[in-house]
Structures are given as structure tokens and as C-alpha cells.
Design a protein around this ligand. Structure first.
Ligand code: ADP
Ligand code: MG
Length: 367
């Protein structure tokens, strides 16, 4: 078991260029030992590049990588305390499960009996006891992914690197495997670094996560912090279902309220540590589930924001219902509420509506 407060991974000023492409731009990051850490971001953001640098498959253009306090930049993958689970299934098709999982141990010349014991223990860990004789093509996608996981875990590395490990699975299986991965990580107690572009997957497994986009690490935190209190506009757009309004600051009062002109109306939002100045460009985000349709003639109450628009569409999703509302500038806004079983609110397309939220639920993003 790792020591508490031990740092498994530390990267400093890490950059990677592929020719003219600046895939990673001076990343600084620390990951605690025994953590389930997720790198979340859009395709092309630099996630795989960062993972491959940590695993030693590629060399940095600049910067340093420490694994459990040892500088490893000069070491090949098999000289590092890491193992990688790849995006696509990479089992040897002509070997059965037992032989696939034991592959790395045979390379280390471990005695056969010991390999057998370790492989069996690992198959049990991933829920595949009794599958040792099967060939890869006799397994479902989820089972093949478990074999891959077992093949990496059996090496008893300190850090497991997983690059979009569930991307090839359908949505239901992905959900099940997420919970399974988390359970396995808790059991083995080593550090997992899991790369994904899927926010639900990220939030299910992560102790801690970082948003990576455009080669930069934007922010990191617990799932709840990033969901409820995103610092960057990008994070608000990427996580959850946020409505984002862009404008400029017209006033800041002594109590930390920031007045923002959207061009067609004004909103108020609570400022944060970093207060903008008058004239600054800023954004406000508010989550779709914190916005409500209100009476067309309602006036904004104290502590509430209100916007006028036209109703575009009702999308019934079972558990929730989304209302699409067009604002005067053409932007569309989402209101999402639990379906109430009333058979709909009867609002027609193009009918004038108002939407409202509590001022405290808005988040200010300073660009
Ligand atoms: P992600 O895993 O987040 O999708 P990657 O790390 O794969 O992102 O890619 C980051 C950027 O680097 C992208 O613009 C990608 O096109 C580029 N890139 C990745 N690998 C190579 C390569 N071998 N040669 C040139 N460009 C690359
Ligand atoms: Mg990738």
C-alpha cells in the first residue's frame, strides 16, 4: 500500500511538440499515490500525449517527469513503475486468456507455477475466474477489456495508465465497467491515471480530475467542484449542461456583485476571488437544472435574474424534460426540470416566455 501523502507522479514544465504541433504546453501536475486520477478533455487536447510521456513511450520536448520521486525521463517504458492499458483491445489473438495475462511475467522468466498463481488471482480480481482457457474472440468486448486490465495489473506496477479504456464499449457496459474499475482500483490500491473525453465516465471513477484542452491543464479538482464551481468558461461548457452568457462588466459594487451587460439585457452575478474591472469581458454560466420557466409577466424578485425569450421546443427525456428557449440575440438556452407527469406545460412554439434563476446560482468567468 502506498504511503499517505506520497506523490506518485510529478511533472514540471512538461511540453511536447510534434513538428509544428504544440501538443502539450508546459504542464505542471502532481498526482497522489493511490489516487484514481482522471484526465478529462476534448479530442486533440493532449491527453494521450501526457499519458504516453508518463509511460515513457515518447520523449518530452521540455520539462521533467518524476515517478515516486525518481526522475525517469531517460528510462524506457519497462524501466518505469507503470503499465499502459490501451484505447483499443490489444490482446494476442492466438493466445488464450491465461497466456495473454501471463505474457509479461513470462518475459520476466518467472517460474511457471508462480505465473499460474498470479494469473488466477488476477482473473478473480477482474471477475473472470474460469475463463482462462478461452480465446479472445470467444469473449465479449467488456470481457476482453477485463483481460487487458488483468494483463497490466499482474505486473504489479505502482501506476496504471488507462487511455480511453472504455471507448469501445456500448453505453450500458461502459457504466458497469466504470464501477468495476473503481472497485478494482480500491482493492489493488495503486495509482490509476485514466484518460477520457466522457464526463460521466470521469465523474464515476475519479477521486480527482483535471481538465485538459489545447495542450493546457485548465483546472483540477473533485468532480463536485468542477461541476458546481467551474472556474473557466471552457470547463462550464464541457462539464454538465450549462447556459453561458458573454458580456462586459458595467459595475462592481462593494458587496461583490458584478453587473454584466449582455447587449440586450443586464445580469448580476456574484464575483469570486479574482474580481473583474469595469469594461472587462466576462461570461456567466448557469446550469440548465437551476433555471426555470416563469410567468411571462413576472418581475425579477430580489436575488433573482430574469430573461425574456421565445419558446422553441420541449424535449421529453423521461426522467427530465428540457425546454429550449431562444434569447433576443438568437442564442438558445436550456431549462431542464424533472418531468412532473402533468403531460406537458402547453406552451406553444414561438410563444413569449421568461426564464429565471437565483443570482447566487450564476458563475462568473473572467477571460
Ligand atoms: P487527445 O488524446 O487528447 O485526443 P493527443 O495527445 O492524441 O490528444 O493529441 C494532441 C495533439 O497532438 C493533437 O493536435 C494531435 O493531432 C497531435 N498529435 C498527436 N500525436 C501526434 C503525432 N504522432 N504526430 C503529429 N501530431 C500528433
Ligand atoms: Mg487520445
Amino acid at each position: 500500500m502506498p504511503e499517505k501523502n506520497d506523490i506518485a507522479v510529478e511533472v514540471k514544465g512538461l511540453s511536447k511538440n510534434y513538428g509544428d504541433v504544440r501538443a502539450l504546453k508546459s504542464i505542471d501536475l502532481q498526482i497522489g499515490a493511490g489516487e484514481y486520477f482522471v484526465l478529462l478533455g476534448p479530442s486533440g487536447g493532449g491527453k494521450t500525449t501526457l499519458l504516453r510521456l508518463i509511460g515513457g513511450f515518447i520523449r518530452p520536448t521540455a520539462g521533467e517527469i518524476f515517478l515516486h520521486s525518481a526522475e525517469v525521463s531517460h528510462l524506457p517504458p519497462n524501466g518505469r513503475p507503470t503499465s499502459m492499458v490501451f484505447q483499443s483491445f490489444a490482446l494476442f489473438p492466438h493466445m488464450n486468456v491465461q497466456t495473454n495475462v501471463g505474457y509479461g511475467l513470462r518475459l520476466r522468466n518467472m517460474p511457471k507455477v508462480e505465473i499460474r498463481e498470479r494469473v488466477d488471482a488476477m482473473l478473480e480480481m477482474v471477475g473472470l475466474t474460469g475463463y482462462g482457457e478461452r480465446m479472445p474472440h470467444e469473449l465479449s468486448g467488456g470481457q476482453q477489456q477485463r483481460v487487458q486490465l488483468a494483463r497490466s495489473l499482474v505486473l504489479e506496477v505502482k501506476i496504471l495508465l488507462l487511455d480511453e479504456p472504455l471507448a469501445a464499449l456500448d453505453a450500458k457496459l461502459r457504466k458497469e465497467m466504470c464501477i468495476e474499475l473503481k472497485r478494482i482500483q480500491e482493492k489493488v490500491g495503486i495509482t490509476f491515471i485514466h484518460v477520457t473525453h466522457n464526463q460521466e465516465e470521469a465523474m464515476t471513477v475519479a477521486d480527482d480530475l483535471a481538465i485538459i484542452s489545447g495542450g493546457k491543464l485548465l483546472e483540477r479538482g473533485k468532480a463536485r467542484d468542477l461541476y458546481e464551481n467551474p472556474i473557466h468558461r471552457f470547463t462550464a461548457e464541457f462539464i454538465g449542461e450549462n447556459n453561458v452568457f458573454d458580456g462586459h462588466v458595467t459595475a462592481v459594487d462593494g458587496e461583490g456583485h458584478v453587473m454584466v451587460d449582455l447587449g440586450y439585457t443586464n445580469l448580476t452575478v456574484h464575483g469570486r476571488d479574482q474580481m473583474p474591472g469595469v469594461g472587462d469581458k466576462v461570461s456567466i454560466s448557469v446550469r440548465s437544472e437551476l433555471v426555470q420557466l416563469v410567468d411571462g409577466n413576472a418581475m425579477a424578485a430580489q436575488g433573482q435574474e430574469i430573461l425574456s425569450g421565445t419558446h422553441r421546443e420541449t424535449v421529453y427525456l423521461g426522467l427530465t424534460t428540457s425546454e429550449l428557449v431562444r434569447l433576443p440575440n438568437g442564442q438558445e438556452l436550456l431549462v431542464r426540470q424533472l418531468s412532473d407527469g402533468s403531460g406537458g406545460n402547453g406552451i406553444k412554439v414561438d410563444e413569449a416566455v421568461q426564464i429565471s434563476w437565483r443570482t447566487v446560482d450564476g458563475r462568473l468567468h473572467v477571460s
